[in-house]
Structure formats: structure tokens, C-alpha cells
Ligand binder design. Structure first.
Ligand SMILES: [Zn+2]
Length: 263
């Protein structure tokens, strides 16, 4: 049973020393395909180079991360780059628009700009029929307001690094078309996973590491990597009281459907 890491940044320099081994460890752990969310033009080439090294295994998305909008006088040019890339992909294809969203944790000073960038990129996702990978930090009321604008327009995607309240789960679910990316945070004692995950349906879940960040238990404090996806899968299975195979099967099917992958 193949597992899919729907959100990893192994194209980042943290993996320059041992990327090939990291990919091998992922394969040995049963993690076949990896989806790469883009950050900004500072890392596009790195990301695309790794995708060219692993065709069919490393699958790129394209988008501008909300924290790359902050304090960046060039952010509108960055959006133009995203648009140009989506219009004429320099690789076989992009699998989604991401990662995009709202992040008011580091600073709330660029909420207006982040919101504009988010709307612009959601429109691109709709134009190209792609799912979105959405990052939300300290901005849930604002995010729900943005998403509500697209009700009935066929927007779909993944709420990345989701470990929020059941209420937010239900509200996003009602908008339709969204999956929830569960990662290392669901394994943390104070992460909220023990309350949330049992109330979620398997049909709504996809797995992700967000590596090199947010490693699951028992790897906290270390670099995260895709080979740890089985730990997340097994933890979710325990919380749900189902077999790990059931979680693996459902999350892989959900990822295949959402990102339009080959089954
Ligand atoms: Zn990310």
C-alpha cells in the first residue's frame, strides 16, 4: 500500500547533504509520491530541479506563501511569476496552487496584502482547475471569510497542517471540496489531535509531513522527513480505533483524487 506525503519541502537546503538517501528511506517506508508546495521565487529552481530528478515521484505545486508577502515590496511581481508558471509550466505539470493562505502569527501588518494574494491565487486555481494547498496560522476567522466567497464555485483543496477545532473542521467541510492535511502535530500531546481526529471522517484526511518542519513523535526536535509518514498514519489509526491499513488506503485514495494522480 503506497502512502503519499501531500506536503513536504525536501527541496530545501536542509536536505542537500542526503536528499537521495531521504528519498530512499521514504520509498522503504512505503511513501511513494511526494507533493511539493512552492514558497516563492527564491526556491522555485531548487524545487523544480528535484522534481526533474524524480519524475512521477516528486510532484510540484506553484504558489506564493503568505509569509513571503510580508515585508516584500516585490510580492505583486511574485504573483505574476506564479501566474506565468501556471500558464506555461516548465515541468510536465503543476499539481496544485500552493502553498497559499494567511499567516498572522509572525506579523499582522500585512493582512490586507496576504488576503489580496490569497484571492488572486484562488482565482488562478479555479482558472486552471487545480486544487489549493492552504496554510492558516492565527487567521481562522479571516480564512473562513475568504473561503465563504467561493462557495458554489467548485473550489477544492487541502487545509494543510490541520489540527484545529472540530468547529473549523465542520465549517470548512460544509464549503465542500476540502481535505485536511494531518501531520506531526496530531501526534503531539498538546496538539489537539486526540480530541479532533476521532471526530473526523477518513474520507476527509490526507497525510503530510511538512518536512523539514513539525516532526511527529518520537522524532520531535529533529529534522522531519517523508519516511515518518507511517508514524502519523499509525497514530491516526490508534486515535480513530481503526487499522493503519484503513487510514493508509483512505488517505492515499483521497490524495490521488484531489491532486488528479494516477491511481
Ligand atoms: Zn509547508
Amino acid at each position: 500500500m503506497e502512502l503519499i506525503d501531500t506536503h513536504t519541502h525536501i527541496y530545501e537546503p536542509e536536505f542537500d547533504e542526503d536528499r537521495r538517501q531521504t528519498m530512499e528511506r521514504a520509498a522503504e517506508a512505503g511513501v511513494g509520491r511526494l507533493l511539493f508546495p512552492a514558497i516563492d521565487s527564491g526556491s522555485h529552481e531548487r524545487m523544480l530541479a528535484v522534481c526533474r530528478d524524480y519524475p512521477g515521484r516528486c510532484l510540484p505545486m506553484m504558489g506564493l506563501h503568505p509569509t513571503s508577502v510580508n515585508d516584500n515590496p516585490q510580492w505583486r511581481r511574485e504573483l505574476d511569476t506564479v501566474e506565468r508558471m501556471l500558464a506555461a509550466p516548465p515541468v510536465e505539470r503543476f499539481y496544485g496552487v500552493g502553498e497559499i493562505g494567511l499567516d498572522l502569527y509572525w506579523s499582522a501588518d500585512w493582512e490586507r496584502e496576504q488576503t489580496e494574494a490569497l484571492h488572486a491565487q484562488i482565482e488562478l486555481a479555479l482558472k486552471y482547475g487545480l486544487p489549493v494547498a492552504i496554510h492558516t496560522r492565527n487567521a481562522w476567522p479571516q480564512m473562513l471569510e475568504v473561503l465563504a466567497c467561493y462557495r458554489g464555485r467548485g473550489l477544492r483543496g487541502v487545509m494543510h497542517a490541520f489540527c484545529d477545532s472540530e468547529e473549523h473542521y465542520r465549517r470548512v467541510k460544509r464549503l465542500g471540496g476540502f481535505k485536511f492535511g494531518l501531520g506531526g502535530v496530531t501526534t503531539y500531546k498538546k496538539g489537539g489531535g486526540a480530541e479532533l481526529v476521532p471526530r473526523m471522517e477518513l474520507e476527509d484526511m490526507v497525510l503530510e509531513t511538512d518536512s523539514p518542519y513539525l516532526p511527529p513523535v518520537p522524532f520531535r526536535g529533529r529534522r522531519n522527513e517523508s519516511a515518518y509518514i507511517p508514524y502519523i498514519c499509525e497514530h491516526i489509526a490508534r486515535l480513530k480505533g481503526v487499522a493503519a491499513e484503513a487510514v493508509a488506503e483512505a488517505t492515499t485514495r483521497n490524495a490521488v483524487e484531489l491532486f488528479g494522480l494516477e491511481a
